[in-house]
Design a binder for this molecule. Structure first.
Ligand code: NAD
Length: 339
């Protein structure tokens, strides 16, 4: 079965392509390389022994999307990762974020209307919950006003899908709300490639440990948490990638309860920033240079998933630990810096 993965050379997309190919799917990748590189294809090939079909295509160009779907009208499913994802950048360039994250989604859904099989998986985020009133966060927690244009594109994206599912009978969608994806493939053939200063904790940790950054700032040490630092649900990217395959199989076999479902994807365990640092120090054997800095605007205090729905309905749960994720991220960082 032929599956389109948009943004398939990015961090989560590339790991998902690997898991899809491991399960025997034929994968077609679209990416405009705005936040990835062609070398990722070599990494995927080294792991799976199969080089996926790749087209460099900017999904903002409607006519190109149209032409692509005309040539690939035999798709059995689409997993849509392509988006811009830097929260801070989205505050400074909101229209760029709305254009890229909303237009691309609309164009893909429009073209999918012409397919026989209309199975669609959307990358959403736990940011839709903001600071939830209750922890762990279930899928029933209310969606809170977004803190950034980026976060808003995920909320609007879910609304667009919901509205489209009401009228497009053949369309079946699952939105996956990721908590905090980290780590790399254990082979160190693929991983996260942040351009510029990393926005997320783990690449900042590994870049500091390897000497690219002088010091890690932990934003806020006076939060109402056991050690005063923020709590997040760090999920290994390989576990996350596997959830996409399970979700896709659910749609392909028609087992979905409605034509628009959504699931939290996390481990269910919250870890503080200091616990994440300790895990890194343990698996790497390196002491990290960090300091406690002021709080950063927009950070929620604590967020971790209630995973019951994903565990029971999808039949998926995480298998890898925070230590596994840190070890893989460190192996990846060392590999790319030695190249
Ligand atoms: P990423 O930047 O590594 O991957 C996105 C890929 O999409 C990149 O390879 C980029 O080149 C490509 N792309 C962007 N715009 C495109 C366009 N117009 N046409 C074609 N390709 C385009 O990001 P990621 O971390 O792998 O995230 C994947 C998805 O998951 C995104 O939608 C992101 O918003 C969402 N998400 C990520 C996280 C996270 O922490 N990484 C958390 C929640 C949700």
């Amino acid at each position: 079965m032929k599956i389109l993965v948009t943004g398939g050379l990015g961090f989560i997309g590339s790991h998902t392509v690997v898991e899809l190919q491991n399960e025997g799917f034929e994968v077609v990748v679209i990416d405009d390389l705005s936040n990835s590189s062609l070398q990722v294809l070599d990494g995927i090939t080294a792991i799976t022994g199969v080089r996926p079909y790749f087209e460099k295509l900017d999904l903002k160009i409607k006519n190109d999307v149209k032409a692509f779907f005309k040539n690939h009208n035999d798709l059995a499913g689409v997993i849509h990762f392509a988006a811009s994802k830097a929260v801070g950048e989205s505050v400074n360039e909101p229209l760029m974020y709305y254009e890229n994250n909303i237009n691309t989604l609309v164009y893909v859904l429009q073209e999918m209307a012409n397919l026989d099989k209309q199975n669609f998986i959307f990358s959403s985020s736990c940011t839709v919950y903001g600071q939830a009133d209750e922890l762990p966060i279930t899928e029933n927690a209310p969606v809170k006003p977004a803190e950034s244009p980026y976060g808003n594109t995920k909320q609007i994206g879910e609304e667009i899908i919901k509205d489209t599912c009401k009228v497009q009978e053949k369309l079946n969608c699952i939105a996956l709300r990721y908590f905090n994806p980290i780590g790399a493939h254990p082979s160190a053939e693929i991983g996260e490639l942040p351009i510029g200063v990393p926005q997320n904790l783990v690449p900042f940790i590994t870049q500091t440990a390897i000497g690219i950054r002088e010091q890690l700032s932990v934003f806020g040490g006076d939060y109402p948490t056991p050690d005063g630092t923020c709590i997040r649900d760090y999920i290994h990217v390989v576990d996350l990638a596997k959830a996409h395959v399970v979700a896709l199989q659910r749609l392909l076999s028609g087992k979905n309860d409605s034509n628009f479902e959504f699931f939290n994807l996390g481990t269910g365990k919250g870890s503080s920033v200091l616990e994440a640092i300790q895990s890194f120090e343990k698996v790497s054997g390196k002491k990290l240079n960090y300091k406690i800095a002021d709080r950063r605007e927009g950070d929620v205090i604590s967020a971790y998933a209630d995973t019951n729905k994903a565990n029971e309905v999808l039949g998926w749960k995480t298998e890898l630990t925070l230590d596994d994720a840190m070890a893989s991220a460190w192996k990846w960082e060392k590999k790319i810096r030695n190249k």
